[in-house]
Design a protein around this ligand. Structure first.
Ligand SMILES: Cc1ncc(COP(=O)(O)O)c(C=O)c1O
Length: 404
């Protein structure tokens, strides 16, 4: 006779039936800012709201210039173009990221070179980046994955020694800092995204920051049809395109920038509660934070399967089990970037990436809905993880049945 299942995925009762916080968070200030810009009639055309947001965002990230773009994919492309990267050049990227980090390189005609990550931080490992350098290498794009800054102490001198540009992909790392300096301000450019899921959002959008006036001019010019900042409107000095953000988006983002410090504090509080609650016997291990990280962006809270204790368990099955328990935002990347079909048809170079393979097999993460939620929300997540841990054998047995 079969006993009554405990786990929701096997037909038992779900631990939680209430929805989590819905992202994006907004309030009266967002509505008022949007309405004010709406009524001004200046919705686009590189208006005052855009320029104000660019200045505020750059200042908040220890940089002199901000150049808004339509999204964080195009901001990476604009940065590469401004740095003079093009056909035949190689650009080193980590394989644990969103696809845009590598496709931006392809879009400018250059070749992405995948180098392995550090398993403690899931960021590009500087020694693997060093091993990937050839005479064709022109740039490195470190990604501050999940909001954890990459090792800029090692990457910046490496790039300097080889004359490489550094474009920081900060799509997960608004407001994050490495040794008290904001990410995005180390490299030639920092590139951010304001896509719907990001820690600041206008639905879509992006920005480049830099303190190099010449690069700022080139980046701005590319996204503004090759105009020059002080040239006439119908004067086009180089080949460009239109990457402009609208005033409506900028107005919304200015309000969100003011909210960012409070939200980062809330993320840090919830991450600390999660870390404290994930004990040694848990099915999932808490992430490690490098002590040089003085501000974690906490876009994602990444947990790794305790494979030593539960070698048979599959990460995908754990994600499904947590979702069934009501932890609806649990998610993961299915595989490292280079396994996407698109790279079969486009030039790329691949160094051995055992850490990226392991990460993509064993990790899952929590997002805004938990990181900005209440202590009770966090406790529900911990209870769900504890429940899956307690009944891991049940999950494994069902796995075996499924595969027979
Ligand atoms: C690491 C990373 N880089 C780049 C991007 C591209 O940003 P966007 O979606 O705004 O084009 C994203 C997000 O989607 C991302 O997660």
């Amino acid at each position: 006779m079969h006993s009554v299942p405990s786990l929701a995925i096997l037909g038992g009762p779900a631990l939680r039936n209430r929805p989590f916080l819905r992202w994006p968070v907004f309030a009266e200030a967002d509505r008022a800012a949007l309405l004010k810009t709406f009524e001004s009639g200046e919705w686009g055309g590189y208006g005052a709201a855009v320029q104000q947001f660019e200045a505020e965002f750059a200042k908040a990230h220890d940089s002199r210039h901000g150049i808004t773009t339509a999204n964080g994919t195009l901001s990476l492309e604009a940065a590469l173009i401004a740095c003079g990267i093009g056909p035949e050049d190689e650009v080193i990227v980590p394989p644990i990221s969103f696809v845009a980090t590598a496709t931006a390189v392809l879009r400018v005609g250059a070749i992405p070179v995948f180098a392995d990550i550090d398993l403690r931080t899931y960021n590009l490992d500087p020694s693997n980046a060093a091993a990937a350098i050839t005479p064709r290498t022109k740039a490195i794009i470190p990604v501050h994955f999940a909001g954890h800054p990459a090792d800029m102490d090692a990457l910046m001198p490496l790039a300097a020694r080889h004359g490489l540009a550094v474009i920081e992909d900060c799509a997960h790392a608004h407001g994050a800092s490495w040794k008290s300096r904001k990410v995005g301000s180390f490299g030639n450019f920092g590139s951010f995204s304001f896509q719907q899921s990001k820690n600041m959002t206008a639905g879509e959008g992006g920005i480049l920051i830099t303190s190099d006036s010449r690069l700022a001019e080139l980046g701005w010019s590319y996204g503004n049809q090759g105009r020059s900042p002080h040239g006439a409107w119908y004067q086009h000095d180089r080949l460009g395109t239109n990457l402009r953000l609208t005033s409506l988006q900028s107005a919304l983002l200015s309000v969100q920038l003011r909210r960012l410090p409070t939200q980062l504090a809330q993320r840090a509080k919830n991450a600390a509660r999660l870390r404290a609650g994930l004990g040694a016997g848990s099915i999932l291990c808490a992430p490690e934070f490098d002590p040089r990280v003085t501000g974690h962006g906490l876009h994602l809270f990444v947990m790794r399967l305790n494979a030593q204790r539960y070698p048979e368990l599959s990460r995908d099955r754990v994600v499904e089990a947590l979702i069934a328990e009501g932890i609806t935002g649990a998610s993961c990347y299915p595989y490292p970037l280079y396994r996407n079909n698109l790279f079969q048809n486009h030039g790329h170079r691949l160094l051995p990436c055992p850490n990226a393979e392991q990460m993509a097999r064993q990790c899952l993460w929590l997002t805004n809905d938990v990181l900005l939620g209440s202590a009770e929300d966090v406790d529900d997540v911990l209870s769900a993880i504890a429940k899956v841990t307690e009944f891991a054998e049940e999950l494994l047995a069902a796995n075996t049945e499924r595969s027979q």
